[in-house]
Design a protein around this ligand. Structure first.
Ligand code: SF4
Length: 248
């Protein structure tokens, strides 16, 4: 993994994502290296890795927290930020740099609302800060119930069992948690639903958008059926039906 440190000019980026005002992305590049990653386009913003294969580099915005603090000082109103919209905020380099953690501390100090989205149980490291934030949600991306599928398509992302344990821990700590089933991968929808439903306040489901990136891998593993619109629509409908019928 080629990890380099870079200087950023901005921290809060205006967003059209529903429910949030800004996004914050501490890293450019992602060590999880998901084969279907939608964030590959981010390479065009890199001065160092435009041609590098996705998943082989991370650029760390080492001055991000100072920039964030200065931006927050100038804001007239409190807002809500998503960490992160592209490039996982709890990918492995976060262990060393603690950029996400320090952004959370700063946003907490300014009373901002936060939504977190990650594939990593490392988010539970920051339970102490999350517990002090009145307006926080944590989303775990869990796109299948099958860890063999995860190993092929998300080779460097944490195992599904560890994500489920993190989800449970956050829920038991009183943090509003949700699951983002995206993209819809080969799965048993009922098993996935049963694994997550007790620990979430809401569920989002999105199809596989960049099929050409993974078509060959799907065919090699005899998952062709999961490349069709029909599979995505049926799986999404099954998951949302179970969620709508949930007995609390
Ligand atoms: S964790 Fe997210 S940003 Fe990172 S490689 Fe996977 S899909 Fe892309």
């Amino acid at each position: 993994m080629d990890v380099i440190e870079i200087i950023t000019k901005s921290a809060l980026v205006r967003s059209k994502i529903s429910g949030v005002d800004y996004v914050i992305n501490p890293f450019l590049g992602c060590g999880h290296g998901c084969r279907y990653c939608y964030a590959v386009f981010m390479r065009k913003y890199s001065h160092h890795h435009r041609q590098a294969p996705w998943g082989t580099f991370v650029e760390v915005k080492v001055n991000l927290v100072e920039v964030l603090r200065s931006e927050l000082r100038r804001k007239k109103h409190r807002g809500r930020a998503l960490l992160s919209s592209v490039c996982d905020p709890y990918q492995p380099v976060e262990l060393k740099y603690q950029l996400t953690r320090r952004c959370l501390e700063t946003l907490r100090d300014y009373g901002w609302g936060i939504d977190i989205l990650t594939r990593s149980p490392l988010v539970t490291r920051d339970l102490d800060i999350l517990a002090e934030m009145p307006e926080v949600t944590v989303g775990l991306s869990i796109p299948t119930d099958n860890d063999q599928v995860r190993k092929v398509l998300e080779p460097n992302a944490p195992p599904l069992g560890a994500r489920l344990t993190a989800l449970q821990r956050l829920h038991e700590a009183g943090i509003p948690t949700w699951v983002f089933i995206a993209p819809i991968l080969p799965m048993n929808p009922r098993k996935l639903y049963e694994a997550i439903s007790a620990y979430i306040t809401h569920l989002r489901v999105d199809p596989l958008n960049y099929r050409n990136q993974v078509e060959e891998i799907f065919r090699r593993n005899q998952w062709d059926y999961a490349l069709t619109d029909k599979y995505a629509a049926q799986t999404r409908a099954a998951l949302l039906r179970m969620w709508a019928n949930k007995v609390n």
